[in-house]
Design a protein around this ligand. Structure first.
Ligand code: IMP
Ligand code: MG
Length: 182
């Protein structure tokens, strides 16, 4: 384990880049098997899922299309406001498509619960969830992800797309961020 001091904040590697790579490859294979002979439409939840999505899509051996949504659920800090708001909608219709909603982390479940409700109304053929990380202890809303990279403990993590106040998205490993007491 490495600890990288960054002011008063400290990073500790939780999931190494090599483990992420391996797992994302497996997830892509599984999606390719599950939808064999069909087309899938990936929807990334901006911005956190962008890195995961860009790796995952290249591991899927099917006809794939891509769109993005953005929501705001977190403020600048690490605590959820509990409110979800759509800030960017899809560019195209998803009616009749095999949709895979791609998210960085499933935490309280509020975001994915909200997005699934919105997307289900638009009559996709299938709606699945792929989340790189899952913190089951934190769940407030019942949401089941179909493809999960790693279940992790109740810690605030950054890296591989995940941020703290827009920082650390570029880290190659998923790291636990310890913050100084407020
Ligand atoms: P949920 O609505 O509580 O499930 O939260 C989902 C969103 O909260 C994710 O898409 C992340 O943007 C953010 N989030 C939750 N936990 C973490 C974390 O540990 N680090 C960084 N962002 C997080
Ligand atoms: Mg997010």
């Amino acid at each position: 384990m490495t600890a990288t001091p960054h002011g008063q904040e400290h990073l500790k590697v939780l999931v190494r880049r090599s483990a992420i790579q391996r797992r994302v490859r497996e997830m892509g294979r599984q999606i390719s098997r599950d939808f064999r002979g069909e087309r899938v439409h990936l929807i990334g939840v901006l911005k956190g899922a962008s890195i995961f999505l860009s790796d995952l899509i290249r591991q899927i051996r099917l006809e794939v299309s891509l769109d993005f949504m953005a929501v705001s659920s977190y403020g600048k800090g690490s605590q959820s406001s509990g409110q979800v708001r759509l800030t960017k909608d899809l560019d195209t219709s998803i009616e009749g498509l095999n949709v895979i909603l791609v998210e960085d982390i499933l935490d309280t479940g509020l975001t994915l619960h909200y997005l699934c409700r919105v997307l289900q109304q638009r009559k996709p053929r299938a709606l699945r969830i792929a989340a790189l990380l899952d913190k089951p202890e934190r769940r407030v809303r019942e949401v089941k992800a179909d493809y999960v990279g790693f279940q992790i403990p109740n810690e605030f993590v950054v890296g591989y797309g995940l941020d703290y106040a827009e920082r650390y998205r570029n880290l190659k490993d998923v790291c636990i961020l310890s913050l100084p007491p407020e």
